[in-house]
Design a protein around this ligand. Structure first.
Ligand SMILES: N[C@@H](CCC(=O)N[C@@H](CS)C(=O)NCC(=O)O)C(=O)O
Length: 214
């Protein structure tokens, strides 16, 4: 059976966790306790020399990097499809995946560690506003970035957007994005995988400690 190495508080592992559950792929969950440094154990470093979750091992084939894992799962387990066939829709899905990774992701740490009046926090919020405005434009009147079906773009982007909203970033200026998050949160898989308030506090503390120690 496919093994899924993850931690429930890891936002990047959550992308893969959601895709596995949405596709109903049977898997064996293996929690890597990041707080205790399990990711540095030699057994895990053999799977991922960069000591990151997520990793999957499927029939002895190892895949690391969350976006590569999502592509692997889509190809190997094509139903239900999480990539649209339409060329422009596919481009939109890829765009939101990459914008989340390259533009949104780096704004998460400032939201956690910066003081309310810090220029770095203000810069991060301005960047997030540009990201969310672009997402609202790309979503247009469709329920999902994949059109009328959930897609990998929705999974990747919404994990980032829901996380920043739980970290205090208001989605009020982009009501379309807020409605899209609410739509996703109606899905059982998302209710099961999104962190609660207590877990968000632990996540913030873990990130703060990591930033202090580097
Ligand atoms: N680019 C990688 C990054 C994965 C990543 O940074 N994972 C974090 C958790 S969200 C991690 O495992 N951190 C532990 C460490 O680096 O020691 C991916 O997308 O899979």
């Amino acid at each position: 059976m496919l093994q899924f190495y993850y931690h429930p508080l890891s936002p990047l592992a959550r992308r893969v966790w959601i895709a596995l559950l949405e596709k109903e792929i049977p898997f064996e969950p293996v929690v890597v306790n990041l707080k205790d440094g399990e990711q540095f154990k030699p057994e895990f470093l053999q799977l991922n020399p960069f000591h990151h979750v997520p990793v999957i091992v499927d029939n002895n084939f190892r895949v690391l990097e969350s976006l590569a894992i999502l592509d692997y799962l889509e190809h190997k387990y094509p139903e239900p499809a999480l990539l649209p066939k339409n060329t422009q829709r596919l481009a939109i899905v890829r765009m939101v995946e990459m914008v989340t990774t390259n533009e949104l992701g780096s704004q998460v740490i400032p939201l956690i560690v910066e003081k309310p009046d810090s220029p770095k926090l203000k810069r991060a919020k301005r960047k997030l506003e540009r990201v969310l405005n672009l997402f609202a434009e790309l979503l247009a009147d469709e329920p999902y970035f994949g059109g009328n079906r959930l897609s990998l773009g929705d999974i990747v982007a919404a994990n980032g957007v829901i996380l920043i909203s739980k970290l205090g970033y208001e989605l009020d200026t982009t009501p379309r994005i807020k409605a899209w998050c609410d739509r996703l949160m109606q899905r059982q898989v998302w209710q099961k995988t999104q962190p609660n308030a207590e877990q968000i506090e632990i996540f913030k503390q873990t990130v703060t400690n990591l930033v202090r120690n580097t």
